[in-house]
Design a protein around this ligand. Sequence first.
Ligand SMILES: NC(=O)c1ccc[n+]([C@@H]2O[C@H](COP(=O)([O-])OP(=O)(O)OC[C@H]3O[C@@H](n4cnc5c(N)ncnc54)[C@H](O)[C@@H]3O)[C@@H](O)[C@H]2O)c1
Length: 358
Amino acid sequence: MSVPDKKKIAIIGGDGIGPEVTREAKLLLEWYASRGLAIDLWELDLGADRFLRDGTSMPKEIFIAIQRECSAVLLGALGDPRIPSMEHARDILFGLRFGLDLYANIRPVRSLADRLVPLKGRGKKDVDFVVFRENTEGVYVGVGGQVRRGTPEEIAINEDVNTRKGVERIVRAAFEYAKTHGCKRVHMADKSNAMRHAHELWLRVFDEVRREYPEIQATHVYIDALCLYMVQDPSQFEVIVTNNLFGDIITDLGAAFQGGLGMAASANVHPAVPGRVGLFEPVHGSAPPLAGKNVANPFAALLTVGMLLAHLGWPEEERRIEDAVADALEAGKCTKDVGGSLSTQEASAHVRERLQGS
Ligand SMILES: NC(=O)c1ccc[n+]([C@@H]2O[C@H](COP(=O)([O-])OP(=O)(O)OC[C@H]3O[C@@H](n4cnc5c(N)ncnc54)[C@H](O)[C@@H]3O)[C@@H](O)[C@H]2O)c1
């Protein structure tokens, strides 16, 4: 049961390091709740362990309860070597992304420390942009098949699905974000020179939607060139919009500018309907080699809490959490992957202490 007037947040730790970093995210949310923030936490036992125990991946009644009662879902990570088919992960992650029609995957690429930017002569002032990744179409739809499997004549096909509606709404979401966040530039990345049918649609839609935002400089760039420009000079980007697959790849490249996957947060939302339930998750996966060792970087998960609270109507908390994480990095109070020597729990506790004092 949800508590009236409180925003209900479903929490799924998931697999590998997921439960460890999500524990820290939950402690942060509990800290906020103890200070009077009107949130109600609902922890769900879903993930590989549950799937292996009783075959449950994403029960329909839980999905419906999330859809009806929750304002947000916080997810750690999914992926377990014991389930090579990834069946449970697909049911949970794609079940929520596709089932709730969370068409915008928003991934900020913002560096919080100069020393974490690996590009020569660049610092955190050069790394501050947001990627809008289309989240419900492309090759992730799973259209395709294999013919003559296991023979030398085998054919393997995955279709790249792009709809007018799908492209238009993500492009518009990127421009709307730029408009409401004071950004002057939007770049759209595709491969329309090679994918003449699917990505010509992106080009045409981008050209139409940009006309509604004459105050914003709109630039088309091929995805391969974008990778080059991102490394040469990331400071030229403010908002990048692209398809599902390219967005997946360039945000890992972006994470490298931030200090690695332990620093990258993300939101999956349906921006056309404000207040609709969103899914919030660190960009990283379950990192099986780190699991159970209390060494995973919790900052991506804590920064994800910031995005979640902004979605719930407390945008100032996103900035406060970022500042606290930046202070922790500055003081070296962080995990090994970002130059410290603290455990997951110690680094996270340090951020809570910083917030307490701010
Ligand atoms: N959204 C998701 O749940 C998601 C996303 C990506 C991958 N996965 C799954 O996760 C599993 C592992 O995939 P992978 O190894 O390609 O990606 P990964 O993100 O788990 O790990 C990639 C690299 O980043 C490091 N890393 C990741 N998170 C870290 C953290 N918090 N702190 C410190 N270092 C961190 C890892 O040690 C590894 O070197 C696979 O099953 C994959 O399918 C899930």
